[in-house]
Structures are given as C-alpha cells and as structure tokens.
Design a protein around this ligand. Sequence first.
Ligand code: BT5
Length: 263
Amino acid sequence: LSLSLGLDAPFAVESHDSIDSTNRRARELAEDGAEEVVVVADAQTGARGRLDRSWEAPPGGVYLSLVVRPDVPIRDAPLFTLAAAVATARAAREQGVDAHIKWPNDVVVPRGTTASRTESDDVVAPRDETRYAKLAGILTEMQGEADRVGWLVVGIGVNAEVTAEGLPDGATSVRAETGAVDRRAFVQRLLSEFDALRADLDAVVPAWRELALTLGQRVRVETPGGEVVGEAVDVERPGTLVVRRDDGETVRVSAGDCEHLRP
Ligand code: BT5
C-alpha cells in the first residue's frame, strides 16, 4: 500500500489495501497485548462511527487506528480523542485545508450560510451542512481496569484523496478542498502530532481550543440526558463542553452530538 511505504512513524505500522474496519482489527491486536501499533487502510468495507452509525470509507481515504496503553486514569481517556482531533486538523491545515474542530471531535471545514434561507429557518435552525462540512471523524474504544486505562484504540477516518461524490451529504475531502493531497505526509504529520500531544496531556485542551469552531457558537447538543441549547462558552479538561443556556444557567456536557445553530 503506497500510503504506508516509507512511513517514518513513532508506531509499528500494519497496513491493508482494504479491511472491514481498522478499529475492529486494532481491538483484536489490543486484546492480544499489542501496543504502539497503528493499523492503516486505503479502504474499509465495514467501518463504524459512534453509536452504531456507519462510516463511508471508499478507496483513497486515510483510515487508521492506533493502539496505545497510556498509564492514565480512565477520566483522562477523552484527552486522547481530543488529541487525535487536534493532530488531524493540524495535518489537514498543513495540506492547505481550513480545518477546525466541532465538539467533541469532528474535523470540519466552515461553510458560509446558504443564501436560500426559508422563513422557517428563523424558527427552526437550518441543517448542519450549511455551516460546516465534515472532513474527518474519530472513534475511540477503551478497555480499563479499576480506574486505570488498559488499552485505547483511537480510530481516525479522513476523507483524503476521495471525491465528494463518493461521500455522504455534508462531507468534504482534502482533495475537494485543495485539489490535491499528499497522503503520506498527512499521515506522518498526524502521527507525530498525536505522539507529541499524548506526551503532554496538559497541552491538549489549549490546543483544541485554538482550533475550535464550536466556541462562541449557539449550539444544540443532544446528550444522553436530553437536549441542551445555548452558547458554547468553553471546553474544560478532559473535553467537557460548557454551555450557557438562554435562562443564564451554565450546563456541563461530557458526551453528545452537537449542532451549530444560526446566531
Ligand atoms: C464518527 O462517528 O465521526 C467516527 C468515525 C470514525 C471512522 C474511523 S475510520 C478508521 C476507524 N475504523 C473504523 O471502523 N472507524 C474508525 P459519528 O460522529 O457517529 O459520525 C458518523 C456519521 O457521519 C454518519 O452517520 C454519517 O452521517 C456521517 N458520515 C459517514 N461517513 C462519512 C464520511 N466519510 N465523511 C463524512 N461524514 C460521514
């Protein structure tokens, strides 16, 4: 696979032209005791998103799953997902993409609002896709004992050398944004950024804030405990979103799907 040829990665690399899911394979390796490995594929046939959703993974993407065994408490595990988002956004920026992060860990490219607003938009916010297009997504899986992390599988899917036609609505790719992409340089940069951030966990949230598209936005967050609407005012370690509701009350959200609304 050309993607992995000559990779000078801080991880052992297992590469596949096509595989069902790099996360599935990485989990298998983790359960066998592996660490410091990255599974890379050019295409996937059964890739997964969060909450049992699926991930479209046509040939030409960057699909990878890292197996790491950090000596940290479970409460810090979300920092690794944030670190992956920062690393991915930085690698995309190096390729010339205006990459930002939408809480918690989507890498997106901002879009202007559409000219064709309907009257009902004043009541119901327009669809997400008019505000940003999704370039990459991250799925982290974990095994732990007591309150310590055992292994983490950090899966990253990036639309790289893929045309927009092969992707769902609301998606974009490095190629669609810039016309070209050096996938090997992209992976190299992503892995070295991730490696540096995991060694300096205090730097993760500040780095995330710098790339955040969500902060200062009006958001609607679907959480396991219900919907939260208000202004996203901050992110706190290990990745908690702080939302100021219209009634002035401040709410902290640690997991959920976030949509940016029209101000
Ligand atoms: C994610 O889930 O964004 C995490 C995706 C992680 C994929 C990587 S690829 C390498 C590794 N191996 C795996 O099997 N998985 C990981 P979520 O936030 O649930 O978003 C999923 C939603 O994004 C879907 O329901 C679609 O609406 C949309 N989607 C699917 N494929 C997409 C694509 N290629 N680009 C942009 N959006 C996509």
